[in-house]
Design a protein around this ligand. Structure first.
Ligand code: GFB
Length: 316
């Protein structure tokens, strides 16, 4: 398989201010390319005319499509229209304009929630569209499945070198710590930190604590995306994960330990558990020469340092 070189290229990271996009920008620093970013106040990627004009003017050669409306289980469950509409518009506009302006290579980022709720574990790429989705995030999943299909369709019909990566649950610096919209790691980090500061006896976690999740540090994800951009060129999407899963209950204990909180962990049974398990198979990615490097405990400790230094805890 021929390698795609980023060196000397104009590379657009769509979504450069988000957790994933900013990690890709950091990772690209050593690649000798020119990194482009579209200012959010001028280019709304949900707007076809604005997106198309920006791409025509800036002429990227490679595109990392990391722009998306994202959120944790509660945001997904309560804002279905935004998760479906925003993501469909962003990916359709970027893919179409990339094709029209001769982008050489595009990587679309999906999510492990595209797979059926009860897919056999570890989940292989070919489990896509073999069963019903998890109801708490089916809107986002449908939009992300459409993104995978867009990349495939433009590849088939127009010969575009568009590929897709499916990252597992991500965390790291730049994450969203807003409790109503965040994923579980930033939520538990913030809640545990605040419980410690206030000297509270307990911290509350949502659901039963029994669901299991696979987590990947966002710097590992960015590294995998750059790797795929260089070495992969085919229709099938590629899972991007750590291969390690942990129950939410054990994750809460790990975070309690990292934060140095001594209180109890109690459960809010009114909140949903979501999918019971979503461990992906990383066989395809491993065969392409990539494995995760950042262990969960180290990654959580590094993220907590970032949270204290630059996150919402800074200055508290
Ligand atoms: O990270 P999270 O929101 O995403 O929740 P999903 C993972 C698990 O952690 C669920 C539990 O079982 C939650 O109930 N949890 C416990 C908490 N305490 C908390 C808390 O304080 N906040 C949050 N957020 N969770 C999302 C999807 O699903 O994952 C998206 O909705 C996307 O579409 C994303 O795929 C990666 O793994 O359940």
């Amino acid at each position: 398989m021929g390698q795609y070189s980023l060196s000397g290229k104009r590379v657009w990271v769509a979504g450069h201010r988000g957790m994933v996009g900013s990690a890709i920008v950091r990772r690209l620093a050593g690649e000798g390319c020119e990194v482009l970013s579209a200012p959010r106040d001028r280019v709304d990627l949900r707007d076809q005319a604005a997106t198309s004009a920006w791409i025509a003017e800036n002429r990227p050669q490679a595109v990392f499509l990391a722009a998306a409306k994202v959120g944790g289980i509660l945001a997904n469950d309560t804002r279905p229209a935004e998760f479906l509409f925003d993501n469909l518009m962003i990916e359709s506009n970027v893919v179409e304009a990339s094709y029209r302006n001769g982008v050489e290579k595009l990587l679309f980022l999906g999510s492990s929630c595209i797979y059926p709720r009860l897919a056999a574990q570890p989940i292989q790429e070919n489990a896509l569209l073999t069963g019903p989705l998890e109801p708490t995030n089916e809107w986002y999943a449908v939009a992300k499945i459409a993104g995978v299909k867009l990349a495939q369709a433009y590849r088939r019909q127009y010969g575009c070198d568009f590929i897709s990566a499916m990252p597992t649950n991500l965390y790291g610096p730049g994450d969203n710590f807003d409790l109503a919209a965040s994923h579980v790691i930033p939520a538990l980090m913030r809640k545990t930190h605040e419980a410690k500061l206030r000297g509270e006896p307990a911290v509350q976690i949502w659901g039963t604590g029994s669901p299991r999740r696979e987590f990947l540090h966002v710097d590992d994800c960015a590294d995998a995306c750059v790797h795929l951009m260089k070495v992969y060129s085919d229709e099938c999407h590629v899972n991007v994960g750590s291969g390690m899963e942990i129950s939410i209950g054990d994750l809460a204990l790990l975070i309690r330990d990292v934060v140095g909180f001594r209180g109890e962990i109690v459960h809010d049974a009114s909140k949903p558990d979501g999918t019971p398990r979503k461990l992906m198979s990383n066989g395809k990615l491993n065969a392409l020469g990539w494995t995760a490097k950042i262990a969960l405990r180290d990654g959580v400790a590094r993220t907590y340092e970032w949270f204290l230094r630059s996150g919402p805890a800074a200055g508290s």
